[in-house]
Design a binder for this molecule. Sequence first.
Ligand code: NAP
Length: 246
Amino acid sequence: MWNGKTAIITGGSRGIGRAIALALAEQGADIAVIYNGSEAAAQAVCEQASAFGVRAQAYACNVADPIQVPTVVEAILAEFGGVDILVNNAGITRDGLLATMSEEDFSRVLDVNLGGAFHFTKSLYRHFLKKRAGRIINISSVSGLMGNPGQANYAASKAGLIGFTKSVAKELAGRGITCNAIAPGFVRTEMTEALPEEKQRAVLDQIPMRRFGTPEDIANVAVFLASDAGAYITGEVIRVDGGLYI
Ligand code: NAP
Protein backbone atom coordinates (compact mmCIF):
# COMPACT_ATOMS: atom_id res chain seq x y z
CA MET A 1 0.00 0.00 0.00
CA TRP A 2 2.74 2.48 0.94
CA ASN A 3 5.69 1.35 -1.12
CA GLY A 4 6.60 3.91 -3.74
CA LYS A 5 4.66 6.67 -1.91
CA THR A 6 6.48 9.84 -0.94
CA ALA A 7 5.63 12.19 1.92
CA ILE A 8 6.84 15.71 2.68
CA ILE A 9 6.80 16.59 6.37
CA THR A 10 7.51 20.21 7.24
CA GLY A 11 9.17 20.61 10.63
CA GLY A 12 10.09 16.93 10.46
CA SER A 13 13.30 17.44 12.40
CA ARG A 14 11.78 17.50 15.88
CA GLY A 15 8.73 16.79 18.03
CA ILE A 16 5.44 15.90 16.34
CA GLY A 17 6.82 16.25 12.79
CA ARG A 18 9.65 13.86 13.60
CA ALA A 19 7.17 11.26 14.93
CA ILE A 20 4.99 11.64 11.82
CA ALA A 21 8.00 11.29 9.50
CA LEU A 22 9.15 8.11 11.25
CA ALA A 23 5.64 6.64 11.40
CA LEU A 24 5.12 7.19 7.66
CA ALA A 25 8.56 5.72 6.96
CA GLU A 26 7.68 2.71 9.11
CA GLN A 27 4.68 2.15 6.81
CA GLY A 28 7.06 2.14 3.84
CA ALA A 29 6.74 5.71 2.54
CA ASP A 30 9.79 7.61 1.31
CA ILE A 31 10.15 10.86 3.23
CA ALA A 32 11.38 14.39 2.58
CA VAL A 33 12.08 16.05 5.92
CA ILE A 34 11.86 19.85 5.92
CA TYR A 35 13.79 21.64 8.64
CA ASN A 36 14.72 25.23 9.37
CA GLY A 37 17.61 25.31 11.83
CA SER A 38 18.02 21.75 13.16
CA GLU A 39 20.13 20.15 10.45
CA ALA A 40 21.70 17.46 12.65
CA ALA A 41 18.30 16.47 14.05
CA ALA A 42 16.83 16.28 10.53
CA GLN A 43 19.72 14.09 9.35
CA ALA A 44 19.22 11.84 12.39
CA VAL A 45 15.52 11.41 11.48
CA CYS A 46 16.54 10.44 7.94
CA GLU A 47 19.06 7.90 9.25
CA GLN A 48 16.44 6.38 11.54
CA ALA A 49 13.90 6.28 8.70
CA SER A 50 16.39 4.57 6.38
CA ALA A 51 16.40 1.62 8.77
CA PHE A 52 12.84 0.93 7.53
CA GLY A 53 14.27 0.47 4.03
CA VAL A 54 12.84 3.72 2.61
CA ARG A 55 14.50 6.73 0.99
CA ALA A 56 14.80 9.71 3.30
CA GLN A 57 16.27 13.10 2.56
CA ALA A 58 16.47 16.31 4.60
CA TYR A 59 15.89 19.74 3.04
CA ALA A 60 16.64 23.10 4.64
CA CYS A 61 13.75 25.47 3.99
CA ASN A 62 12.07 28.29 5.85
CA VAL A 63 8.39 27.49 5.26
CA ALA A 64 7.51 31.17 5.59
CA ASP A 65 9.62 32.06 2.54
CA PRO A 66 7.51 32.13 -0.66
CA ILE A 67 10.66 31.91 -2.82
CA GLN A 68 12.40 29.03 -1.01
CA VAL A 69 9.34 26.77 -0.78
CA PRO A 70 8.61 26.24 -4.52
CA THR A 71 12.34 25.74 -5.16
CA VAL A 72 12.56 23.03 -2.52
CA VAL A 73 9.34 21.39 -3.75
CA GLU A 74 10.80 21.25 -7.28
CA ALA A 75 13.98 19.65 -5.91
CA ILE A 76 11.93 17.03 -4.03
CA LEU A 77 9.80 16.24 -7.10
CA ALA A 78 12.98 15.83 -9.17
CA GLU A 79 14.64 13.64 -6.55
CA PHE A 80 11.67 11.40 -5.64
CA GLY A 81 9.75 11.53 -8.94
CA GLY A 82 6.51 12.54 -7.22
CA VAL A 83 4.82 13.37 -3.93
CA ASP A 84 1.68 11.73 -2.49
CA ILE A 85 1.38 13.11 1.04
CA LEU A 86 2.00 16.62 2.38
CA VAL A 87 2.08 17.18 6.14
CA ASN A 88 2.08 20.89 7.02
CA ASN A 89 3.42 20.60 10.55
CA ALA A 90 6.09 23.30 10.98
CA GLY A 91 5.02 25.77 13.63
CA ILE A 92 6.23 28.22 16.23
CA THR A 93 4.90 30.08 19.25
CA ARG A 94 5.66 33.65 20.32
CA ASP A 95 3.34 33.82 23.33
CA GLY A 96 2.42 37.06 25.08
CA LEU A 97 -0.63 38.97 26.23
CA LEU A 98 -2.21 41.20 23.64
CA ALA A 99 -1.12 44.36 25.49
CA THR A 100 2.54 43.52 24.98
CA MET A 101 2.44 41.43 21.80
CA SER A 102 4.58 43.06 19.13
CA GLU A 103 3.53 43.41 15.49
CA GLU A 104 6.54 41.29 14.65
CA ASP A 105 5.54 38.42 16.96
CA PHE A 106 2.03 38.50 15.57
CA SER A 107 3.12 38.45 11.92
CA ARG A 108 5.93 35.94 12.38
CA VAL A 109 3.60 33.31 13.88
CA LEU A 110 1.04 33.86 11.10
CA ASP A 111 3.76 33.74 8.43
CA VAL A 112 5.22 30.42 9.63
CA ASN A 113 2.12 28.55 10.87
CA LEU A 114 -0.38 29.64 8.23
CA GLY A 115 1.81 31.06 5.45
CA GLY A 116 3.97 27.93 5.49
CA ALA A 117 0.98 25.66 4.85
CA PHE A 118 -0.20 27.99 2.06
CA HIS A 119 3.20 28.06 0.30
CA PHE A 120 3.69 24.27 0.45
CA THR A 121 0.13 23.42 -0.57
CA LYS A 122 0.21 25.95 -3.41
CA SER A 123 3.56 24.62 -4.64
CA LEU A 124 2.25 21.05 -4.76
CA TYR A 125 -1.37 21.31 -5.80
CA ARG A 126 -0.71 21.27 -9.56
CA HIS A 127 1.26 18.06 -9.08
CA PHE A 128 -1.62 16.57 -7.06
CA LEU A 129 -4.14 17.74 -9.69
CA LYS A 130 -2.20 16.02 -12.46
CA LYS A 131 -2.08 12.77 -10.48
CA ARG A 132 -5.71 13.17 -9.40
CA ALA A 133 -4.52 12.07 -5.97
CA GLY A 134 -2.95 13.59 -2.89
CA ARG A 135 -3.29 13.75 0.87
CA ILE A 136 -2.81 17.05 2.67
CA ILE A 137 -2.65 16.99 6.47
CA ASN A 138 -2.41 20.26 8.39
CA ILE A 139 -1.36 20.31 12.03
CA SER A 140 -3.63 22.82 13.74
CA SER A 141 -4.21 22.99 17.51
CA VAL A 142 -7.02 23.02 20.06
CA SER A 143 -5.86 26.61 20.68
CA GLY A 144 -7.35 27.39 17.28
CA LEU A 145 -10.69 25.94 18.42
CA MET A 146 -10.83 27.25 22.00
CA GLY A 147 -8.59 30.30 22.00
CA ASN A 148 -5.98 30.65 24.71
CA PRO A 149 -4.90 33.70 26.71
CA GLY A 150 -1.41 34.75 25.67
CA GLN A 151 -1.76 33.07 22.28
CA ALA A 152 -3.79 35.52 20.16
CA ASN A 153 -1.24 35.14 17.34
CA TYR A 154 -0.89 31.35 17.62
CA ALA A 155 -4.63 30.67 18.05
CA ALA A 156 -5.40 32.93 15.06
CA SER A 157 -2.87 31.04 12.93
CA LYS A 158 -4.28 27.65 13.96
CA ALA A 159 -7.92 28.75 13.47
CA GLY A 160 -6.84 30.13 10.09
CA LEU A 161 -5.39 26.74 9.24
CA ILE A 162 -8.82 25.17 9.83
CA GLY A 163 -10.50 27.62 7.41
CA PHE A 164 -7.68 26.94 4.96
CA THR A 165 -8.15 23.16 5.35
CA LYS A 166 -11.90 23.30 4.69
CA SER A 167 -11.54 25.61 1.68
CA VAL A 168 -8.77 23.52 0.08
CA ALA A 169 -10.81 20.37 0.79
CA LYS A 170 -13.80 21.82 -1.08
CA GLU A 171 -11.65 23.06 -3.98
CA LEU A 172 -9.82 19.79 -4.53
CA ALA A 173 -12.24 17.06 -3.43
CA GLY A 174 -13.44 16.48 -7.00
CA ARG A 175 -9.87 15.71 -8.06
CA GLY A 176 -9.25 12.89 -5.62
CA ILE A 177 -7.30 15.06 -3.18
CA THR A 178 -8.16 15.15 0.52
CA CYS A 179 -7.23 17.89 2.97
CA ASN A 180 -7.71 17.44 6.71
CA ALA A 181 -6.49 18.96 9.94
CA ILE A 182 -5.39 17.43 13.20
CA ALA A 183 -5.88 19.56 16.31
CA PRO A 184 -3.53 18.29 19.03
CA GLY A 185 -4.05 19.26 22.63
CA PHE A 186 -0.99 19.47 24.87
CA VAL A 187 1.78 17.24 23.51
CA ARG A 188 5.14 16.75 25.16
CA THR A 189 7.74 18.31 22.85
CA GLU A 190 10.35 21.06 23.11
CA MET A 191 7.57 23.55 22.28
CA THR A 192 5.61 22.71 25.44
CA GLU A 193 8.61 21.95 27.65
CA ALA A 194 9.40 25.67 27.39
CA LEU A 195 6.24 26.44 29.43
CA PRO A 196 6.64 27.05 33.18
CA GLU A 197 5.93 24.00 35.36
CA GLU A 198 2.94 25.59 37.09
CA LYS A 199 1.34 26.33 33.70
CA GLN A 200 1.93 22.70 32.68
CA ARG A 201 0.27 21.49 35.90
CA ALA A 202 -2.71 23.78 35.32
CA VAL A 203 -3.17 22.35 31.80
CA LEU A 204 -2.89 18.78 33.09
CA ASP A 205 -5.76 19.47 35.52
CA GLN A 206 -7.97 20.36 32.54
CA ILE A 207 -7.25 17.18 30.56
CA PRO A 208 -9.94 14.55 31.30
CA MET A 209 -7.51 11.73 30.41
CA ARG A 210 -5.02 13.16 32.94
CA ARG A 211 -1.96 12.84 30.73
CA PHE A 212 -0.20 14.88 28.09
CA GLY A 213 -0.20 13.59 24.54
CA THR A 214 2.85 12.03 22.92
CA PRO A 215 4.08 12.86 19.42
CA GLU A 216 3.15 9.27 18.51
CA ASP A 217 -0.51 9.93 19.49
CA ILE A 218 -0.59 12.53 16.72
CA ALA A 219 1.46 10.47 14.26
CA ASN A 220 -1.04 7.57 14.53
CA VAL A 221 -3.83 9.82 13.26
CA ALA A 222 -1.65 11.27 10.49
CA VAL A 223 -0.88 7.73 9.30
CA PHE A 224 -4.59 6.91 9.31
CA LEU A 225 -5.48 10.03 7.29
CA ALA A 226 -2.73 9.29 4.77
CA SER A 227 -3.72 5.63 4.42
CA ASP A 228 -6.38 4.01 2.22
CA ALA A 229 -8.55 3.81 5.36
CA GLY A 230 -8.81 7.61 5.33
CA ALA A 231 -9.78 7.88 1.65
CA TYR A 232 -13.33 9.23 2.18
CA ILE A 233 -12.48 11.83 4.84
CA THR A 234 -11.90 15.42 3.78
CA GLY A 235 -12.32 18.85 5.37
CA GLU A 236 -12.31 17.22 8.79
CA VAL A 237 -10.64 18.46 11.96
CA ILE A 238 -9.67 15.60 14.25
CA ARG A 239 -8.91 16.57 17.83
CA VAL A 240 -6.25 14.47 19.53
CA ASP A 241 -6.30 16.02 22.97
CA GLY A 242 -7.27 13.52 25.67
CA GLY A 243 -10.62 15.29 25.92
CA LEU A 244 -9.22 18.78 26.63
CA TYR A 245 -11.78 20.44 24.34
CA ILE A 246 -14.88 18.53 25.50
P1 NAP B 1 8.67 21.77 18.07
O1 NAP B 1 9.12 20.61 18.86
O2 NAP B 1 9.02 23.14 18.51
O3 NAP B 1 9.16 21.56 16.55
C1 NAP B 1 8.83 22.53 15.60
C2 NAP B 1 9.28 22.05 14.23
O4 NAP B 1 8.92 23.06 13.28
C3 NAP B 1 10.78 21.87 14.14
O5 NAP B 1 11.05 20.73 13.34
C4 NAP B 1 11.25 23.14 13.44
O6 NAP B 1 12.39 22.96 12.64
C5 NAP B 1 10.07 23.42 12.53
N1 NAP B 1 10.02 24.82 12.14
C6 NAP B 1 9.78 25.90 12.93
N2 NAP B 1 9.83 27.03 12.21
C7 NAP B 1 10.10 26.65 10.91
C8 NAP B 1 10.27 27.35 9.71
N3 NAP B 1 10.18 28.69 9.65
N4 NAP B 1 10.54 26.65 8.59
C9 NAP B 1 10.66 25.29 8.64
N5 NAP B 1 10.50 24.57 9.75
C10 NAP B 1 10.23 25.25 10.88
O7 NAP B 1 7.09 21.78 17.90
P2 NAP B 1 6.01 20.60 18.07
O8 NAP B 1 5.49 20.66 19.44
O9 NAP B 1 6.54 19.35 17.51
O10 NAP B 1 4.85 21.17 17.12
C11 NAP B 1 4.67 20.72 15.79
C12 NAP B 1 3.36 21.30 15.27
O11 NAP B 1 2.30 20.87 16.12
C13 NAP B 1 3.32 22.82 15.30
O12 NAP B 1 2.61 23.30 14.20
C14 NAP B 1 2.57 23.13 16.58
O13 NAP B 1 1.94 24.36 16.52
C15 NAP B 1 1.58 21.98 16.59
N6 NAP B 1 1.03 21.70 17.90
C16 NAP B 1 1.84 21.33 18.94
C17 NAP B 1 1.27 21.09 20.19
C18 NAP B 1 2.09 20.66 21.36
O14 NAP B 1 1.52 20.55 22.46
N7 NAP B 1 3.38 20.40 21.22
C19 NAP B 1 -0.10 21.23 20.36
C20 NAP B 1 -0.89 21.61 19.29
C21 NAP B 1 -0.31 21.84 18.06
P3 NAP B 1 13.90 23.35 13.12
O15 NAP B 1 14.08 22.77 14.48
O16 NAP B 1 14.75 22.77 12.07
O17 NAP B 1 13.93 24.84 13.14
